[in-house]
Design a protein. Structure first.
Length: 344
């Protein structure tokens, strides 16, 4: 029903406006008695064979929702009814910020892709915590954290620490988002020396809590092999809990969209099917180079069950969807979980 009826209708409208409309639609329909149960019956698969234990957490199934969809943690309880095993909220920054000027979200329909330059638009820490206090404990919640756009380079770590300390009681794991191409001083956030400093500071803060939370690093799909070698060394040296591969891409090669259309859109991070193979190759390289010494969450271009299985075969322990969720609808989660069960 989604691909035949809803998607053609939704795709007639501005992507960002329809995103907010969809949120309101899911929120309001989920308040109708019987609708959450209906969603569960349609999409949720309960099977112990789907469970995964990673970094001290037990996931109901290996299919998650990537950060960027539920930035402000307003819909995770309702989204749980679509069969996700975990949901990552954010990116959250200390202060709320509007992000980059609109228009900043674009569909590439022929490519089954999206280009965004949202710029970490979110309502800030306090708003996210207010929503996370409503957690009904249906599934694992990850907290994707970043810095404010106006923050000076010497205060980047302070921003990450502020988010980490405040969100610590409310999320199950953390993701340091240092690879989004839509934020300023992108180069510094990818510098190995700075990453060592940032990870050490966050781990030190983590040790002040009675219960430590897993910390993961989200990396770009555009890294070369030397840079990926640095990531493997970094994880080993810092005892980081895992890596999310990958974020959006700045690469525009091999797209069906015309040069004129791409110039009209301008800069931003590309997600969806165009980055599927690039993301999978990063996962495979990290997995083989590290001898599977750390967990990898695979994300990027998953639009089918086979796409997800490719990520898992390449070395991903869990997978996340975002653009695929928009193009294929909620049935994608069930399809992936069914395929995983069939492959066992």
């Amino acid at each position: 029903m989604y691909k035949q009826l809803l998607r053609p209708l939704f795709f007639q409208f501005d992507p960002e406006k329809i995103h907010h409309f969809t949120f309101s639609l899911i929120k309001s329909t989920s308040k109708i008695p019987g609708i959450p149960s209906l969603f569960k019956s349609l999409y949720v698969i309960e099977d112990e064979r789907l469970e995964r234990e990673l970094f001290g957490l037990k996931f109901k199934n290996p299919v998650g929702l990537a950060a960027g969809f539920d930035k402000n943690a307003v819909l995770y309880n309702e989204l749980a009814n679509f069969g996700f095993g975990f949901i990552e909220i954010g990116t959250v920054t200390p202060k709320g910020q509007a992000g980059n000027p609109k228009k900043r979200l674009f569909r590439l329909k022929d490519d089954k892709g999206i280009i965004n330059r949202m710029g970490f638009n979110n309502e800030g820490l306090e708003a996210a915590i207010s929503q996370l206090k409503k957690n009904k404990g249906k599934l694992i919640i990850g907290g994707n954290i970043g810095k404010n756009t106006q923050t000076k380079p010497e205060d980047y770590t302070k921003d990450y620490l502020e988010c980490f300390n405040a969100l610590h009681p409310y999320v199950d794991y953390f993701v340091l988002n240092v690879s989004c191409p839509n934020v300023g001083s992108h180069a510094k956030l990818n510098d190995k020396d700075y990453l060592e400093e940032l990870i050490a500071a966050v781990q030190k803060a983590n040790n002040t809590f009675n219960v430590q939370k897993p910390i993961l690093l989200k990396i770009a799909p555009d890294l070369n092999n030397n840079q990926l070698d640095e990531i493997v060394d970094l994880v080993k040296e810092t005892n980081l809990d895992g890596v999310i591969a990958s974020n959006t891409s700045t690469d525009r090669s091999h797209l069906k969209a015309s040069k004129e259309r791409l110039e009209e859109i301008g800069n931003g991070g590309l997600s969806g099917q165009p980055i599927k193979d690039k993301s999978t190759s990063v996962i495979k390289y990290l997995s083989e180079k590290s001898n599977k010494s750390f967990p990898i969450i695979g994300v990027g271009g998953i639009h089918s069950a086979n796409d997800a299985l490719e990520k898992i075969e390449a070395g991903a322990d869990l997978v996340q969807i975002y653009t695929g969720f928009i193009y294929e609808g909620p049935s994608l989660i069930k399809q992936i979980n069914k395929a995983i069960l069939k492959s066992i």
